[in-house]
Ligand binder design. Structure first.
Ligand SMILES: [Mg+2]
Length: 437
């Protein structure tokens, strides 16, 4: 079947998570988890669903950017897109006029992610496979043909990428079987948002331990005394053998990051996440160097906006954990580039997830990373946050703190139409009630 794309629609869908402080951190104190939600219609009735993630206000700007990109997509045939996916990625990211708005960063790149996520979802549905399986079954040459290597060949050439994928063919079936049986290891961020009281934190931590969680992340960075008290509380509750990570969401300058994290070293965090500006590669390198003797790594990536940034972080030894994001980078295409670069530099990938739908999407990418690229689970885990999954038609399945591989065709992007309508901003019922209060 031809699958000609005949329409692209985009809606502003927001969830009022700020009312209960879900998602609160040192910099984003009142997020309303939101999406610019894209639906692609084809002439044969098959649809593709995709989105990018936002924090509420400004989602309408991303919606505008998606509408601007839609003209490059309508009228195309799915088969033509995927037979030259690198070319299509470049068509969207290198439009002679629109690239001025980026290039490959900011609102226009979030919009690119939303559109391309929908195209990947459409492709996986057309093939009748979950996205991770579509990728796993692909010939390494075809994988490489989806990646734009422009600006990264000094770190990773097309030939090197192909070589990594060819070498990882060995043992692939065994790893796929293991994932289907046990799933991919996850850690939880749900217990310790910054706006939560100590009492709530204790309750959530107790519940999580009972459900089999062994790796926990705590938000820090607003007040050092609070951080010491909260980290002590969590470390006491989870014991010395479980894993603790801390996340400052870009709160500090470089010297402040080093001294603040040093004060929390006694709680033995595995990593400090986003200690400073996400664009400060040399700053992250300085922090990495200073914290290495304390056994604390630096993790970043949820606001690392392109493969070019990740390249430099890796080249500068500025991070010890790569946190890809399914909606920040240019969809699967650009994430593939980062997974392969991380492997070359031997840095583990521990994806960013949470928000709304990020867990649903990124699980596909990390399954592919394990089965077809890294072949290792050492120091690797995928973030999990327990919010808003009920709005998706194929929500994530967590079993014993592991992501179980999705079975339904597609990229798990589709939301329940009733949820979309109720949460559409500002006219959905949920927002009408809040606005009229
Ligand atoms: Mg984070």
């Amino acid at each position: 079947m031809s699958h000609k794309i005949i329409n692209v629609t985009v809606r502003d869908v927001r969830f009022p998570t700020s009312l209960e402080q879900h998602g609160s951190d040192a910099m984003h104190t009142d997020p309303d988890y939101s999406t610019a939600y894209v639906v692609i219609d084809t002439d044969c009735g098959l649809k593709g669903f995709g989105f990018t993630f936002t924090l509420g206000k400004g989602t309408e700007i991303v919606v505008c950017a998606v509408e601007a990109l839609a003209g490059l997509v309508v009228g195309k045939f799915l088969q033509d897109i995927v037979s030259d996916f690198r070319g299509f990625y470049r068509l969207l990211t290198s439009d002679g006029q629109m690239r001025w708005l980026g290039p490959e960063k900011g609102v226009i790149h979030l919009a690119t992610a939303a559109v391309l996520n929908a195209v990947w979802d459409l492709w996986a549905r057309a093939e009748g496979k979950p996205l991770w399986k579509l990728l796993v079954d692909m010939d390494p040459k075809q994988i490489v043909s989806c990646i734009d290597f422009r600006y990264i060949t000094d770190a990773l050439t097309e030939e090197e990428a192909l070589d990594i994928l060819m070498k990882a063919q060995d043992g692939k079936q065994h790893r796929e079987d293991l994932m289907l049986k046990e799933g991919y290891p996850a850690y939880t961020t749900s217990c310790a948002w910054l706006g939560y009281s100590d009492q709530l934190l204790k309750q959530l931590c107790t519940d999580a331990l009972k459900s089999g969680w062994t790796k926990f992340k705590v938000k820090v960075g607003a007040d050092l005394e609070d951080d010491i008290r909260r980290c002590r509380l969590i470390r006491q509750m989870i014991g010395p053998s479980n894993t603790l990570m801390i996340d400052a969401n870009q709160r500090w300058d470089v010297a402040e990051a080093i001294s603040w994290v040093s004060s929390l070293a006694e709680f033995k965090p595995l990593w400090i996440e986003e200690p400073t500006s996400p664009d400060d590669i040399l700053g992250h390198a300085a922090i990495s160097k200073a914290l290495a003797p304390l056994g604390i790594g630096v993790a970043t990536g949820e606001q690392c906006h392109s493969r070019v940034m990740f390249k430099q972080f890796l080249q500068a030894s500025a991070l010890q954990f790569v946190q890809i994001d399914s909606c920040r980078l240019g969809s699967v295409n650009e994430n593939l580039a980062v997974l392969l670069m991380a492997h070359k530099f031997q840095v583990p990938v521990c994806p960013h997830a949470g928000g709304v739908g990020l867990c649903e999407l990124v699980q596909h990418l990390i399954l592919f990373d394990y089965i077809c690229v890294s072949g290792s689970l050492s120091n690797r885990m995928c973030e999990y946050v327990d919010h808003l999954h009920e709005h998706f038609t194929s929500p994530v399945v967590i079993h014993n703190a592991h992501y179980m591989p999705p079975k339904e065709p597609g990229y798990s992007c589709e939301m329940l139409e009733s949820s979309v309508q109720r949460h559409q901003y500002p006219d959905g019922d949920v927002w009408k009630m809040i606005i009229n209060k």
